[in-house]
Design a protein around this ligand. Structure first.
Ligand code: NAP
Length: 453
């Protein structure tokens, strides 16, 4: 082949960027990588998922951004695969396609009242406060300044993020890149109580200690734990003994249970053994019915038949992300992943050369950002092995010009790396007068306009 190997990466979150990086970093490989995203801006959950007040984690975007400077790597934003161009078409223009579009939907609680007004998925709420173009701004501008008591269901890191953002003063959030309208809405919040609901015990929670500790260090919120929730069984003792991270979590929670509230403006109530069974309300959610659970000795819980209600006029369901299918790519709906062997997509149960998967859509929504680097590298290793063995197909229209001509012929306005650089500069300029690193531009049209300046 006289032209470069042409690879399309679908999704510009961490796994997509790490895959592009792995390809561009190969010595002696003439490669051209287009990182395609349906949004006009890159970096997926690093931009629209990592909590805006976690500035050091968010700075990962600087690392990811450098990948776009590498020779052969292009960002192609505002291009939706399955809408603007089909996956089958991409195979005509690229020798291989790597699917890294993540897991952007919410898992459901499957309980009555889940769809009452005021009950939202954490995926949507997080998208709103990060300034995602698809966020339903009006809903949060209505709910937050009229809510007093919130239930956050789940005790993973996303639940902790959501709780912290709701519990912080606007002064504590001021240095973030949240859009100004988000800061204004959070500043108008009438919320006084936030209930974090874990259905199992403290030793079974999935949050990490650093994130947990922050909840106990907020300027104007007390954290409250009922000592009755500090239940441990043999399985808990074993995991505390063998897993240092769990032991540290439990220490933090035990210390909180001894605290005397300091009469701060907000209270974060951390509940364990509390399983939501129903959301109740009228024109809006008003309360959560919670069943007390008991540890079953093997890491799980059973219901006790004892029910209580928690007042909540805003409920954030933070029980995990969920992947979705794309076109005719095989999809395991139960696990929310694309079936694969070492990153090769399986069709009819057999791995196919030319179609790959990495990140959350490969292994499910777990792990930290860095987990995706190892994962993407492994997938790229499979792709390169297929190339070396001669099993990678050769795309019939595999030049950059041919692909660009396809898009131009359809009148599609894509945002290129240069366009993203212009958006980046516009966001930095917007944040600068307030002493912020940047302020996120949230409307899609405004992003596209900024990309042409
Ligand atoms: P997660 O860690 O899987 O937590 C989901 C939570 O929802 C668990 O507490 C789970 O309880 C609970 N849950 C699930 N189904 C439930 C139900 N029907 N009723 C009540 N509770 C239910 O997921 P996540 O918080 O969405 O985070 C996703 C990934 O991103 C994780 O790997 C996380 O560490 C990572 N992340 C990291 C950071 C960070 O490093 N700062 C920040 C955000 C996210 P059970 O355990 O009992 O199922």
């Amino acid at each position: 082949m006289t032209r470069p190997l042409r690879i399309a990466v679908i999704g510009s979150g961490p796994s997509g960027m790490y895959a592009a990086d792995a390809l561009a970093s190969q010595a002696d490989l003439d490669v051209s990588v287009d990182v395609i995203d349906r949004l006009p801006v890159p970096f997926g959950l690093v931009r629209y998922g990592v909590a805006p007040d976690h500035l050091s984690i968010r700075s990962v975007r600087d690392t990811l951004d450098k990948v776009l400077d590498k020779p052969g790597v292009r960002f192609i934003g505002n291009l939706e695969v399955g809408v603007d161009v089909s996956l089958a078409e991409l195979h005509e223009y690229f020798d291989a396609v790597i699917l890294t579009y993540g897991a952007s939907r919410d898992r459901r609680l499957e309980i009555d009242g889940e769809d009452l007004d005021g009950s939202v998925a954490a995926t949507d709420f997080v998208a709103w406060y990060c300034g995602h173009p698809d966020a339903d701004r009006a809903t949060y501008e209505r709910l937050i300044p009229s809510a007093t008591s919130v239930a956050v269901v789940g005790v993973g890191n996303v639940a902790i993020d959501v709780t912290r953002v709701l519990a912080k003063t606007v002064g504590e959030l001021d240095e973030t890149d949240m859009p100004q309208h988000v800061l204004d809405t959070l500043g108008a919040s009438t919320i006084t109580d936030i209930h974090l609901l874990g259905r199992r015990g403290p030793a079974q929670a999935t949050f990490t200690t650093k994130e947990l500790r922050e909840l106990g260090e907020l300027l104007d919120a007390d954290v409250i734990v009922d000592p009755a929730d500090l239940a441990f069984d043999a399985a808990s003792d074993e995991v505390i003994r063998t897993d240092k991270a769990v032991a540290r979590n439990v220490e933090v929670i035990k210390e909180w249970a001894t605290r005397v509230p300091a009469r701060r403006s907000r209270r974060v109530h951390v509940h364990f053994l509390a399983r939501p069974v129903e959301l109740r309300g009228d024109d809006r959610v008003r309360e959560v019915t919670v069943e007390r659970t008991a540890l079953d000795g093997s890491g799980g819980v059973t219901g006790t038949g004892e029910f209580t209600t928690i007042s909540a006029d805003f409920v954030v369901r933070s029980v995990g992300y969920r992947g979705t299918g794309l076109g005719d790519v095989p999809f395991d709906a139960r696990r929310g992943v694309i079936p694969n062997t070492d990153g090769r997509v399986e069709r009819d149960g057999m791995p196919v050369a030319g179609e790959y998967v990495a990140g959350w859509i490969k292994r499910g929504p777990t792990g930290i950002i860095g987990t995706n680097k190892k994962d993407a590298n492994a997938t790229v290793a499979s792709l390169l092995a297929d190339r070396d063995s001669g099993s990678l197909p050769v795309a019939p229209a595999g030049t950059i010009d041919e692909f660009d001509a396809l898009l131009a012929g359809r009148g599609i306005t894509v945002v290129t790396t240069a366009g993203w650089r212009a958006i980046d500069a516009a966001e930095r300029a917007l944040g600068s007068p307030a002493g912020r690193d940047r302020t996120t531009i949230h409307e899609r049209q405004a992003l596209i306009e900024a990309s042409t300046n």
